[in-house]
Design a protein around this ligand. Structure first.
Ligand SMILES: Cc1cc2nc3c(=O)[nH]c(=O)nc-3n(C[C@H](O)[C@H](O)[C@H](O)COP(=O)(O)OP(=O)(O)OC[C@H]3O[C@@H](n4cnc5c(N)ncnc54)[C@H](O)[C@@H]3O)c2cc1C
Length: 319
């Protein structure tokens, strides 16, 4: 109920205007967002690197509505890749295709994605295409395949365990040796598209994680690159301790080396667990978002955990 409400609010312009006005919203958002400027994100990456944690940087923004805005988003992504090279931090980038013009024109989006991949390739870096809501999944996968067919190896895709289609998509992607980040899914999807029950999403997550780890074994367990930039094929993106425990068990059962997968978590969430996994010898990557367009990302983080919402509301009353 609260989850649906906050996901709906993430798309409502009136709510955005109101909530972004409250001082406390930004103060609370900084728990999940590294700052408004690229320099703050690089600082956050450096601090995480010092703890042995790799990073993927995301310049926040989604659903651009003009070709110029989309080109600006590409320039911003390129600026991140250049700042990573100059600063020497262990960080790749994550991008959203809706930010790169997917809703405007697919050819424009392909051209934009190609520019980012070419720059990343020149810097020996890696690009992860985030997965957005269900109506964008086919186009996102089509563009991923198009870029792979053009010879780009330095890109990965995301799969969402709440989607019924995920099992078939993961199976097909694994056949092609895709690097997949597995998450539960952060959007509000109708029951004919996604499992409505959390327990079903969790079981599907475990099933898909097994498929990904077994595939890594069959591929000869490709490892995380030494510079920390190119991830191993399976990326387990969750803060759910039961899902993580299941993956640990599978790793032991399959005899997979620990650096043939990585765990991924979001900036500001379960720092204790991030450090514990590093201490156990697993590669960990943290998703570090930054920028002025933090509102929808922040709302999705609130949607995930009712305690966050109560915390926000109680402080709004005090603000
Ligand atoms: C690295 C990374 C990349 C992602 N990329 C995408 C993507 O491309 N597309 C997409 O749809 N989704 C993406 N997500 C979000 C994901 O789909 C989930 O919405 C999110 O991770 C919460 O689910 P969970 O797996 O942590 O499990 P949950 O069952 O939701 O949470 C398990 C536990 O984690 C902690 N937790 C989870 N969320 C929060 C929070 N917001 N605040 C505080 N504690 C929290 C709590 O302790 C909770 O009990 C990504 C997640 C990660 C970690």
């Amino acid at each position: 109920m609260l989850r649906s409400l906050f996901i709906s609010l993430s798309k409502a312009e009136w709510a955005k205007q109101q909530i972004m006005r409250w001082n406390f919203s930004w103060r609370m958002a900084t728990r999940f967002v590294a700052g408004e400027m690229l320099a703050s994100a690089i600082d956050a990456a450096r601090a995480l690197n010092k703890k042995g944690i790799n990073v993927t940087l995301d310049h926040l923004g989604e659903f651009t509505s003009s070709p110029d805005e989309a080109r600006q988003a590409v320039d911003d992504a390129i600026a991140i890749l250049e700042a990573v090279e100059q600063s020497g931090v262990r960080a790749g980038i994550s991008i959203k295709l809706s930010q790169m013009g997917l809703m405007i024109d697919k050819d424009l989006c392909a051209e934009n994605l190609r520019r980012i991949l070419q720059t990343a390739q020149a810097h020996g870096n890696f690009v992860r295409i985030d997965m957005e809501d269900a109506p964008t999944v086919d186009d996102t996968l089509a563009l991923y395949h198009q870029m792979r067919a053009e010879g780009f190896e330095n890109l990965g895709v995301v799969q969402q365990a709440y989607l019924y289609r995920a099992e078939a998509d993961v199976a097909a992607l694994l056949q092609e040796g895709a690097r997949i980040r597995l998450c539960k899914g952060a959007y509000k999807e109708p029951p004919h598209v996604a499992y409505p029950k959390k327990s079903d999403v969790d079981s599907n997550y475990d099933r898909l994680a097994r498929m990904m780890l077994e595939s890594a074994v069959r591929q000869g367990a490709p490892r995380l690159s030494e510079d920390g930039l190119t991830p191993p094929p399976p990326a387990i993106a969750t803060h759910d301790e039961l899902r993580i425990a299941n993956v640990r068990r599978l790793v032991a059962e399959l005899g997979l080396p620990k650096d043939a997968l990585e765990f991924q978590m979001l900036y500001g969430i379960r720092r204790d667990l991030q450090e514990q996994l590093v201490a156990e010898g697993y590669p960990v990557r943290v998703y570090v978002p930054y920028g002025t367009q933090w509102y929808p990302y922040f709302m999705r983080r609130l949607a995930e955990r009712p305690a966050n919402v109560w915390f926000l509301l109680s402080n709004v009353l005090k603000d």
